[in-house]
Each structure stands twice: as C-alpha cells, then as structure tokens.
Design a binder for this molecule. Structure first.
Ligand code: ZN
Length: 327
C-alpha cells in the first residue's frame, strides 16, 4: 500500500463502550438519612478546612457559609413557624412564594423538608406540590414520605393547610390541623399502601368512568318534533357511605397484598435455605470423595513400595542362594 493511501485511509475509531440505558431509580432518602448525610458533609468540610490550613480557599468558603448560616438563623423568635405553627425553637430564614411575607422564619424540621441541605453547597429545592405533600407526611409523623399523601388524607376527610393560613393552633407543631391522631392513623395507612404497591386512588378503567347513556324522548329542533335521543346520565358523586365502603375494600385488598408479599418472601427464603443446604451437602460429598481418592492413592503407593521391597529382597536372596550353591 502506498504512503498516500495509507494517509487517507480513515483511522480505526477507538472502541467506545455503548452504555446501556439503565433506568435510574428515583432516590428515596428518608429525612433521617438526609440529615445524617448533611451532618457528615459538614464534618468532612471542616476536616478539609483543618487539613488545608486557615488561608486556603476551602477555609474561606466554609467561613463564608458559616457566616451566612448564622445571619439566617435565629432562636426564640417572636413569631411561630408559618408552616407548622411551632412557637420558639431555632428558626431559619427562607425565601419563597409560599409565604405572604417573604422571607419568613421557618423552624428546622420544616426547613429540612422544604430545602434539604440548607446552608450547605448542595441544597435542594422541590416543587410546591411535592413540598406540601412532604410537609403533610411530616405532620402525620411518617418516617418516609409517600406520593400524593394530601390526596389520600383528603379521601379520609383530612385537609392539609399551613399554619399561616389558619387561625387556630396552640403554638405546638401542626396543632392547627386538629386531631393529629387521625393524621397519624392515615399516615400508617399510607405507608402500608405504599408497601403493598397501591396508589392513592384505585385503578379504574375508562369504561367505568364513561357516563351512562339513556334514551329520552326529547324535542329535536332539526326535525321539528320529539324523538328518542341518547342522553348522558349525570354521574352522581359517591355518597359518604359508598366512599367509606370503597376505602374499606381497598384497605382489605392492601392487607391481603401485604400478607401475600410476606408469604412470597417466606417462600423465597425457604427456597434459598434449601438451595444452600443442598450446596453444602454436595460440597461435603465432593470433599469426602476427594479424601477417599487421596487415601486410595496413598495405599496404592505404599503397596507399590512394599512390592518393590519384596522383589528387591527376593532378588538379594536369589543372588545369595546362587552364591551359596556356587560355593
Ligand atoms: Zn415548622
């Protein structure tokens, strides 16, 4: 091949690994885990600051952050948290469209839900709907948030609101919501629902939602007379009894699904244990076979040696006899 040809030949492209598009699961970090992570981050940043020395950019940034956090934190402020209504306690300044008088002073528990990682370089903000849902989960004392919790609470007759939009409340967190025991009960139900893989509303097919049609004898202007015409029947919203019965039926289905899940998990564990036991027995059997084979081999060698020795001694005796006979 000529030099020119070699030059114009396209070079083999380096093999680039084609990344398979793996669906990234939505991170589900509980409030406690998030708190632990932010605390750990703060410790690491401080450690880095100590290692880097007092005049490094890392130290300067940290100092700046600490100053910002201090200027945006107050203790025992005169106003209650506008979100949960808790009076006193440590509060942090928050700017947001949610508040009538922005910025507002919000308690630490609410800030952790609304702006996780507040005061660190990796803070997060959420949409209004998600924030309100998570706040409702906080009010219900749930250890992890579930999707659209406010909608589920509404099905049980509970309406979520912020303390600033309510006149009642005694200065404790979420007292304006009324009976918090009910909220906690619905919170437990939401978690069980989530565990069982149920959504907030039951899955209903479109045909069920389509209004029923009935034929009525109505006046038709185009014909100039009355004729039979299909008319959609108005759909009645479910009565309180029907709604309660539906919720009860869903709860029964959820409990059954959870029992089923537990049974399946137990079956899987049993099968795994059985497989492990089978593997252990097989390994022991193979080890015994190998040991037996080694023993046989050892005996075979010993036998070979003994036979050689016998033959050797026989040869010696034959020589001796020959010598003796020769004499
Ligand atoms: Zn609060």
């Amino acid at each position: 091949m000529s030099r020119r040809n070699r030059r114009i030949r396209p070079e083999a492209a380096p093999a680039t690994p084609v990344e398979a598009s793996v669906p990234v699961p939505e991170p589900s970090v509980s409030a406690d885990q998030l708190k632990a992570l932010t605390d750990r981050l703060a410790v690491l940043e401080r450690q880095q600051q100590t290692d880097a020395g007092p005049w490094s950019p890392v130290t300067a940034r940290r100092r700046e952050q600490d100053a910002w956090l201090a200027s945006n934190t107050r203790t025992d402020g005169p106003d209650a948290c506008p979100v949960c209504g808790r009076l006193g306690d440590e509060q942090r300044r928050l700017v947001g469209t949610m508040f009538r008088f922005s910025p507002a002073w919000v308690c630490l528990a609410c800030v952790d839900v609304m702006v996780p990682g507040y005061g660190t370089a990796c803070f997060t903000t959420r949409t209004m709907g998600e924030t309100l849902d998570r706040l409702a989960c906080l009010a219900a004392g749930m250890d992890r948030p579930t999707r659209s919790f406010r909608a589920l609470a509404a099905r049980y007759g509970l309406t979520f609101s912020l303390a600033k939009d309510s006149d009642v409340g005694d200065g404790t967190a979420w007292s304006h919501l009324g009976d918090l025991t009910l909220w906690r009960e619905v919170g437990v139900k939401a978690l069980r629902r989530d565990d069982a893989g149920f959504g907030v509303f039951p899955v209903v097919s479109a045909s069920v939602l389509r209004p029923e049609v009935e034929f009525k004898f109505v006046y038709d202007a185009s014909l100039g007379r009355r004729s039979h015409t299909p008319v959609a029947k108005p759909m009645d919203p479910p009565s309180a009894t029907q709604a309660a019965a539906r919720l009860a039926a869903e709860e029964t289905a959820i409990e059954a699904a959870l029992v089923d899940q537990e049974r399946q998990a137990a079956e899987r564990a049993e099968e795994a244990a059985r497989r492990a036991e089978r593997a252990r027995i097989e390994a022991e059997y193979q080890a015994a076979v190998r040991a037996q084979e080694a023993l046989f081999e050892q005996h075979r060698q010993e036998l070979r040696k003994a036979r050689a020795k016998v033959l050797e001694s026989a040869d010696t005796r034959a020589d001796f006899n020959a010598i003796v006979q020769g004499l």
